[in-house]
Ligand binder design. Structure first.
Ligand SMILES: Nc1ncnc2c1ncn2[C@@H]1O[C@H](COP(=O)(O)OP(=O)(O)OP(=O)(O)O)[C@@H](O)[C@H]1O
Ligand SMILES: [Mg+2]
Length: 180
């Protein structure tokens, strides 16, 4: 996996920590889509976004935003993979959307070669990633979503590696500009 592809040499990247942690509050589903879209803008080929959180916390909602940021055509509706384990969407970078929910054992993933997908330069978003943390590559962005109330979600982002830290830094910057 080449995690350095697409990391521009700008001050943001230089300031990025190898591991960083941040919280973002989302006040409605549209907020979560927007957060995902900002994030998707800054993901490079070979990135993994691991999503954790209870049923209905907003993992698919965030993935819909990531798809938007990756320029997956708007007409394509992103839903959790149900019959297949992985859905593939064309974009500025191909998006692979994986859901571990129904899987009992990582061996059921044998049809999905994560390393091959990453080496091919895709972005992989995994729902229920906490089920099999051992298969995540060392460098990834972990997003745990907590349900605060009906409309409010807390997104806890942990960036492992420079590329993930870079994407989070830029996401936070875009959100701060939006809030001005
Ligand atoms: N701030 C918010 N962000 C995201 N979703 C929200 C928010 N507030 C309310 N919701 C609602 O929560 C639900 C989130 O559904 P979503 O399918 O994205 O969850 P999920 O985590 O993927 O669930 P599952 O584990 O079943 O795959 C939607 O019905 C959405 O309207
Ligand atoms: Mg889902």
């Amino acid at each position: 996996m080449n995690a350095s592809i697409g990391v521009p040499t700008d001050p943001f990247a230089k300031k990025s920590l190898r591991t960083s942690e941040h919280h973002i509050i989302s006040h409605c589903p549209e907020d979560t889509v927007r957060i995902g879209a900002f994030l998707g803008k800054y993901l490079a080929g070979g990135s993994v976004v691991a999503l954790a959180g209870k049923l209905g916390s907003g993992k698919t909602c965030l993935t819909q935003g990531i798809a938007r940021g990756l320029k997956v055509p708007k007409e394509i509706y992103i839903t959790s993979p149900s019959y297949s384990i992985v859905n593939e969407y064309p974009g500025r970078i191909t998006l692979f959307h994986v859901d571990f929910y129904r899987l009992k054992d990582p061996s059921e993933l044998e049809d999905v070669d994560l390393d091959e997908t990453l080496e091919a330069g895709g972005v992989v978003v995994i729902e229920w990633a906490e089920k099999f943390p051992g298969i995540l590559p060392e460098e990834h962005l972990f997003v745990s979503i907590s349900i605060m109330d009906d409309q409010t979600r807390e997104l806890h982002l942990t960036a492992y590696g420079q590329q993930a830290a870079y994407a989070v830094t830029r996401l936070l910057h875009d959100l701060s500009v939006l809030a001005r």
